[in-house]
Design a protein around this ligand. Structure first.
Ligand SMILES: NC(=O)c1ccc[n+]([C@@H]2O[C@H](COP(=O)([O-])OP(=O)(O)OC[C@H]3O[C@@H](n4cnc5c(N)ncnc54)[C@H](OP(=O)(O)O)[C@@H]3O)[C@@H](O)[C@H]2O)c1
Length: 333
C-alpha cells in the first residue's frame, strides 16, 4: 500500500489537499456539475479565479454540498485569485469581496495574486484592451504594497492563507523579505517537460509550498489563444499524455498516462490541480492514491524535463505583458 500522500502543510499549519480540481476553461453550465462530481468523488480542494468567470456557479455547487449536511466548510479547501486588474493595494479588498460573494463563502482557504503584471481597472473587465487590441497594462504595479493589502485580508479573516502565482524567484524573495505574513504557496506552470526544479528548490528553502498548474500540459490552451486573437502556431506544443515513456510506465501500473503524470508531481511533494469537466476523467484524476512510482520510474520521468523552453503559458497568451517591469519570465526561474 502506498504511503498516505493527502496534503501539503503550510508554514502556518493549514493543510492543502495535494489533489484539487482545476477550473480554468470550465465554462458556465458545466463547471457546477464538475464540482458536484468532484465533491462526490472525494475532492475537497477546488481551484478557481476571478478571471475564470465561473465563481458564481462554483459557489452554487459548494452551497449545495454544504447544505446537504455531508460536508462542512472546514472540510473544503477553496482557492481563488486576485485578477491583474486588481493589482494595486486599494483594489484587493474589493476583488476578494466580489469573489467571496460569488462563491457564497465568508473566507477562502488561499488567496493568490494571479500574476505579477498588473492591468488597468476598466469597468471590471478582466483583460481590458486598447482599440488596437493591445492589453492595457498598468506599468506602476507595486508588488510590495499589493502584498501588504493581501496581508490585511488575512487579518480581516477573508483568507486563511495568501500566496502568489506566476511570480519568479526574485519577486518571491522581495515579497518574502518584506512580508509580515509570508506567502504560503506558489502556483506555477509545472509538468513533465517543464519540471521547475530550480524554482521548487528555491521555494522549499523559504517554506513556500508549490502547486502545479497545467500538470497534464493544458491540451486545450490553443482555444484561449485563438479566442484572444493570438497566433496558435507560436504556442509551444507539448503532449505529455502521449509520451512513450509515460505510457510505458502507465501500462506497468495499469494506470493512465494522466495518472502517472499527476503521481510523478505529487511524489515530489507538489500539489496538482488537473482540470476536467468530464465525469470519468474527474474520477480518474483523483484515483492516484493507490500506487507509488518506484525510484527508477521517478528518475526516468525526471529525465524528460526540458526546462523553460517548454513553458506553454508564455508571451503568446498576451505578448504585450512582456513589456511590463514585473514580467516574470525574462529570468530563468
Ligand atoms: N495560476 C495560473 O495562471 C493558472 C494558469 C493555468 C491554469 N491554472 C489552474 O490550473 C488548472 C489546471 O491547468 P489547465 O486546466 O490549464 O490544464 P491541465 O489540467 O493540464 O489540462 C486540462 C485538460 O486536460 C483534459 N484532461 C483532464 N484530465 C484528463 C485525463 N485524465 N485524460 C485526458 N485528458 C484529460 C481536460 O479536458 P476535459 O475537461 O474534457 O476532461 C482539459 O482539456 C486550471 O484549470 C486552473 O485551475 C492556473
Amino acid at each position: 500500500m502506498a504511503p498516505k500522500l493527502e496534503n501539503v502543510t503550510f508554514f502556518n499549519g493549514h493543510k492543502m489537499p495535494i489533489v484539487g480540481l482545476g477550473t480554468f476553461q470550465s465554462s458556465k453550465g458545466e463547471v457546477g456539475r464538475a464540482v458536484d462530481i468532484a465533491l462526490e468523488t472525494g475532492y475537497r480542494h477546488i481551484d478557481t479565479a476571478y478571471m475564470y468567470g465561473n465563481e458564481a456557479e462554483i459557489g452554487q455547487a459548494l452551497k449545495k454540498g454544504l447544505d446537504s449536511g455531508k460536508l462542512k466548510r472546514e472540510d473544503l479547501f477553496i482557492v481563488t485569485k486576485l485578477p491583474p486588474a486588481g493589482n494595486r493595494a486599494e483594489s484587493v479588498e474589493k476583488y476578494l469581496k466580489k469573489s467571496l460573494d460569488a462563491l457564497q463563502l465568508s473566507y477562502v482557504d488561499l488567496y493568490l495574486i494571479h500574476h505579477p503584471v498588473g492591468v488597468q481597472d476598466v469597468g471590471g473587465q478582466t483583460l481590458p484592451r486598447h482599440k488596437d487590441g493591445n492589453v492595457l497594462l498598468d506599468m506602476n504595479t507595486d508588488i510590495i504594497s499589493l502584498w501588504k493589502a493581501m496581508e490585511a485580508q488575512v487579518d480581516a479573516g477573508r483568507a486563511h492563507s495568501i500566496g502568489l502565482s506566476n511570480f519568479n524567484s526574485s519577486q518571491i524573495k522581495r515579497i518574502w523579505q518584506a512580508a509580515r505574513i509570508k506567502p504560503a504557496n506558489l502556483q506555477v506552470e509545472l509538468h513533465i517537460y517543464f519540471q521547475q526544479r530550480e524554482l521548487a528548490a528555491f521555494c522549499k528553502a523559504l517554506d513556500v509550498t508549490v502547486c502545479a498548474y497545467a500538470p497534464l500540459g493544458s491540451p486545450q490552451l490553443s482555444n484561449v489563444v485563438r479566442a484572444r486573437g493570438g497566433d496558435v502556431n507560436k504556442l509551444v506544443s507539448v503532449s505529455p499524455m502521449s509520451d512513450p515513456v509515460v505510457s510505458r510506465i502507465a501500462e506497468k501500473y495499469k494506470k493512465t498516462a494522466a495518472q502517472v503524470l499527476l503521481r510523478h508531481i505529487m511524489q515530489r511533494g507538489i500539489v496538482v490541480i488537473p482540470k476536467s469537466v468530464n465525469p470519468d476523467r474527474i474520477k480518474q484524476n483523483f484515483d492516484v492514491f493507490d500506487f507509488e512510482l518506484t525510484e527508477e520510474d521517478m528518475d526516468e520521468l525526471d529525465a524528460l524535463d526540458k526546462g523553460p523552453k517548454c513553458r506553454i503559458f508564455n508571451e503568446v497568451i498576451a505578448p504585450e505583458r512582456a513589456k511590463h517591469p514585473e514580467y516574470p519570465y525574462h529570468q530563468r526561474y
